[in-house]
Design a protein around this ligand. Structure first.
Ligand code: ADP
Ligand code: MG
Length: 462
């Protein structure tokens, strides 16, 4: 299948050729024709599988193919301009976007906008802007006053603008929820409901999520009409292009030495190191800089300007090691990221999947390494149960842990007795034990997650 055969507008085809896209990815091949036909979509597909283009290309096609003029022969913007020159109004006119993309984080919103600009570079009439928390209001007012066709927004700030009458969704044709599961995790459900309620019933709705189970699935069914459900599983969800491994460490100093060693790997182009806390992200970035690595921290306490500058420096290759917390790194797409290091394990197994998805972008190979102390073995098991994959334990010569990496973590606190068949697994024979009764988010053994009991809301990127 080719992009031509999907029947996309020539201006988009030209941009895709220039972007080096030769053929649609699996999710694009399935989603684009249905979206072009106007259908609602519920899609789950792995990170890095090309979901942005899957929803943006059909939308851009629609806008690029639309008649530019209304019956007066003017586009809405020309109409506004002539109204202005007639002196008709000092009155503020609310922006009337045709498409709204909601994303959980600011970084992701900016990334979607950048991708949109790339895909629409030859479709000059189409403008896309990001509306984000942390950006100065006057700047956003200026962006909105250009009446862009496409808004990409985080829910919190968008609601502010809606409530002050700066945005009118009565002309909205397409609504996209990107990383819907994450938005719900972050406590955006009420905001999303409010935004959806402000859009016309006639809209086309496309929802993208890592999973379509549970709460997110229910919401998806509520806000879509007769949706086409696309679930791309198989090798994609197994992250076959991403090699995973665990290194056991004895203590912090051992962990830091292993980290330094890993970052000196010649095959490493760029890396993301994940920490549990913002403070650790700062401390480790500082330490790595002193050790001669071009490192930078990225977390939710940084001003938006600083976050953007850091990511730009990463994209330009000036930063080689990004030390980040989960929320800041969500959805980041930097193709040269070859290594992901879990300095601390994530709180939730699904975050593990998102973290490792920062590497192996667009079919490249990647390496995901977790540095784990012996007490955290259970958390690795939980991740393995979630991904239905065993993560091999490896030992680096010269950096051996004092304690062997035998499945000591599989033993119950009472220790195992010879003949106890459930505990008898040897290295290399690890099996999935029955699902733990512990609920998601149980903080029990999670060392290094000092804010493990903090509500998800604390991560909100408003
Ligand atoms: P997702 O949203 O599924 O995580 P993205 O939309 O961010 O994935 O795309 C991941 C990467 O793949 C991006 O760098 C994007 O430019 C690239 N990409 C997307 N579609 C194609 C394609 N058809 N051919 C080549 N690269 C692609
Ligand atoms: Mg995405």
């Amino acid at each position: 299948m080719t992009f031509e055969s999907l029947g996309l507008h020539t201006s988009i085809l030209k941009a895709l050729t220039e972007a080096g896209y030769t053929e649609p990815t699996t999710v694009q091949a399935q989603a684009v024709p249905a979206a072009l036909a106007g259908r609602d979509l519920m899609v789950s597909s792995q990170t890095g599988s090309g979901k942005t283009a899957a929803f943006m290309l059909p939308a851009l096609h629609k806008f690029a193919s639309a008649e530019p003029a209304d019956e007066s022969g003017k586009t809405p913007n020309q109409e506004r301009q002539s109204a202005r020159s007639r002196g008709d109004r000092p009155r503020f006119q609310a922006a009337q976007p045709k498409m709204l993309v909601l994303t959980p984080t600011r970084e992701l919103a900016l990334q979607v906008t950048t991708a949109t600009d790339k895909y629409s570079i030859y479709a000059r009439r189409i403008k896309a802007v990001s509306i984000l928390g942390g950006m100065p209001y006057p700047k956003q007012m200026q962006l909105l006053s250009r009446n862009p066709e496409i808004l990409v927004a985080t829910p919190g700030r968008l609601i502010d603008h809606m409530e002050s009458g700066k945005i009118d969704f009565s002309k909205l044709e397409i609504l996209v929820l990107d990383e819907a599961d994450r938005m719900l995790d972050m406590g955006f459900i009420d905001d999303i409901e409010k935004i959806v309620a402000a859009t016309p019933e006639t809209r086309q709705t496309m929802l993208f999520s890592a999973t379509l189970d549970g709460v997110v699935g229910n919401m998806a069914k509520r806000i879509t009409k007769d949706p086409l459900v696309i679930q791309i599983a198989g090798s994609a969800t197994k992250h076959e292009n991403i090699q995973q491994r665990v290194h056991f460490v004895d203590d912090l100093s051992h962990k830091n030495r292993v980290l330094d060693h890993l970052l000196r790997d010649e095959t490493m182009d760029q890396a993301v190191v994940f920490t549990a806390t913002k403070r650790d992200a700062d401390t480790i970035a500082d330490r790595l800089n002193i050790a001669g690595f071009a490192a930078a921290a990225l977390h939710g306490d940084m001003h938006q300007g600083a976050r953007n500058r850091t990511l730009d420096a990463m994209r330009r290759g000036q930063v080689r090691v990004l030390v980040a917390t989960d929320v800041a790194a969500r959805g980041i797409d930097v193709p040269a990221i070859t290594h992901v290091v879990n300095y601390d394990l994530p709180k939730f197994p699904e975050d593990y999947v998102h973290r490792i998805g920062r590497t192996g972008r667009a079919g490249r190979k990647g390496l995901a390494i977790s540095l784990v102390n012996h007490a955290e073995g259970m958390n690795i098991k939980r991740i393995e149960r979630f991904t239905k994959q065993i993560i091999p334990i490896e030992v680096i010569e010269g950096f051996e842990p004092k304690r062997t990496a035998s499945p000591s973590h599989a033993r119950k606190p009472g220790g195992w007795k010879p003949g106890d068949s459930r505990s008898a697994a040897k290295p290399g024979q690890r099996t999935f034990s029955k699902p733990a009764a512990a609920p998601r988010g149980e903080g029990g053994g999670y060392k290094g997650n000092r804010d493990a009991s903090a509500p998800r809301r604390s991560f909100t990127d408003r």
